[in-house]
Ligand binder design. Structure first.
Ligand code: PLP
Length: 407
């Protein structure tokens, strides 16, 4: 039987505390989620009983630590339905994963006059690495704009594709507006032109279906800390054929096969992309987070989070002078808003005095804020442990803040 979502809050010890004398209402989940006790225990257990460097030792601890690390890789591969375990590369997070591809793909496949397309809805992490790579390679950096609803225009996207396009990089869910982008359709159109697609799944892998094979994603990247896992661990998934074709990113120990002064040959996948000592405890913790998430019925979880978002948006929409940004057909996890005449920063500070944690500012998406002609938003973002009471407290807190600030 699957686990009951309504009891999930009890699994997260941090959520039991008070902040500024109020029970914590944690609504900054797009920045990072809290960790269930099982993940915290896994980290303590690793350093208490198992710590050893992996892959190169033959003593018992080294063998067990290696097995636990590789076990975590298998769990992650299973979670995203990768065809091969070795298509899962552990990185520090989404940012490093995008940089891995921008450097390796750029070096091998992007030349002067080529083009790379990203969307205007990207986090800086899936924007700047491509912009910088294009500058290095003399390629054109093209940006697909979003419309008044905060959605991407597929007809325009198709129009932008041409024989010079080398790669598309797009997120599945915008961290600022919550727009669920039609990545399946984007992949289908790009593949019709033989162009690979990187999907930034940092805000989707924990909320939406996460099957890289049915999506047919060439590359799929995400961060452990946004899906109930530890910080400092993330995933770069690439289809085997691409990982074989790409040069290594970082070089050093572990990623080599033979080294002489004249020549080096590289290790097999996935080790070719994992130079140096990896974050073993982080990977193991991420594996436990995956186990935790998989205890829930995935459809039920998605439905629960969708209903919660709808409820939160309806509560906010009732507040006079409150503006909700974007009106996409599909939105996930994010409630972006401002109140006329009130700075987002001031709203965030006042909510914090009531124990409500939200984020304010640009959310690492300056191109979105520029397009909306605003300096930032207040962003409440959801996780599986949030409930209707959290959103009622948010709405109440916003109304109180308006009273105080407009007095
Ligand atoms: N992409 C998206 C859509 C994000 O929301 C974030 C973080 O907020 C990132 C990339 C960067 O993730 P990280 O800082 O974990 O590398």
């Amino acid at each position: 039987m699957s686990k009951d979502i309504l009891n999930a809050k009890a699994d997260f010890p941090l959520l039991k505390q008070t902040i500024n004398d109020h029970p914590l209402v944690y609504l900054d989940n797009a920045a990072t989620t809290q960790k269930p006790q099982v993940v915290i225990d896994a980290l303590v257990d690793y350093y208490t009983h198992l710590n050893a460097n992996i892959h190169r030792g033959n003593h018992s601890l080294a063998v067990q630590a290696t097995e636990a690390y590789e076990g975590a890789r298998r769990k992650v591969a299973g979670y995203i339905n990768a065809e091969h375990n070795h298509e899962v590369i552990f990185t520090r997070g989404t940012t490093e994963s995008v940089n891995l591809l921008a450097y390796t793909f750029g070096e091998k496949f992007v030349h002067s006059g080529d083009e790379v397309i990203v969307s205007q809805l990207e986090h800086h992490s899936n924007y700047v690495p491509w912009q910088q790579m294009c500058l290095r390679r003399g390629a054109a950096f093209r940006v697909l704009p979003f419309d008044e609803n905060g959605e991407l225009d597929l007809a325009l996207f198709e129009h932008m594709l041409n024989e010079k396009t080398r790669l598309i990089a797009v997120n599945q869910v915008s961290n600022s507006l919550g727009t669920v982008n039609p990545v399946g359709e984007i992949i289908r159109l790009a593949h019709a032109h033989g162009i690979p697609v990187l999907v930034d799944a940092a805000q989707s892998v924990q909320h939406l279906p996460h099957d890289v094979q049915s999506l047919d994603a060439d590359f799929y990247v995400f961060s452990g800390h946004k899906m109930y896992g530890p910080m400092g661990i993330g995933v770069f998934f690439g289809k085997e054929k691409w990982l074989e074709a790409l040069p290594p990113f970082l070089s050093g120990g572990e990623m080599i096969d033979m080294v002489t002064p004249e020549k080096v040959t590289f290790n097999v996948l996935p080790f070719k992309f994992e130079a140096g000592t990896p974050n073993v405890a982080g990977a193991i913790g991420l594996g436990v987070a995956v186990d935790y998430l998989q205890q829930f019925d995935q459809h039920e979880l998605q439905k629960y989070e969708e209903d919660l978002l709808g409820y939160g948006l309806s509560l906010l929409a009732e507040i006079p002078d409150l503006i909700i940004y974007g009106d996409p057909t599909h939105r996930s996890g994010i409630l972006p808003f401002n109140v006329n005449g009130i700075q987002h920063y001031d709203m965030g500070v006042l909510l914090d005095t009531m124990g409500i944690a939200v984020r304010t500012g640009q959310h690492c998406t300056q191109p979105i804020m520029d397009a909306l002609h605003i300096s930032g938003t207040v962003r409440a973002s959801l996780a599986l442990y949030n409930d209707r009471a959290d959103l009622e407290k948010l709405a109440y807190g916003v109304k109180r803040a308006i009273k105080i600030l407009k007095r």
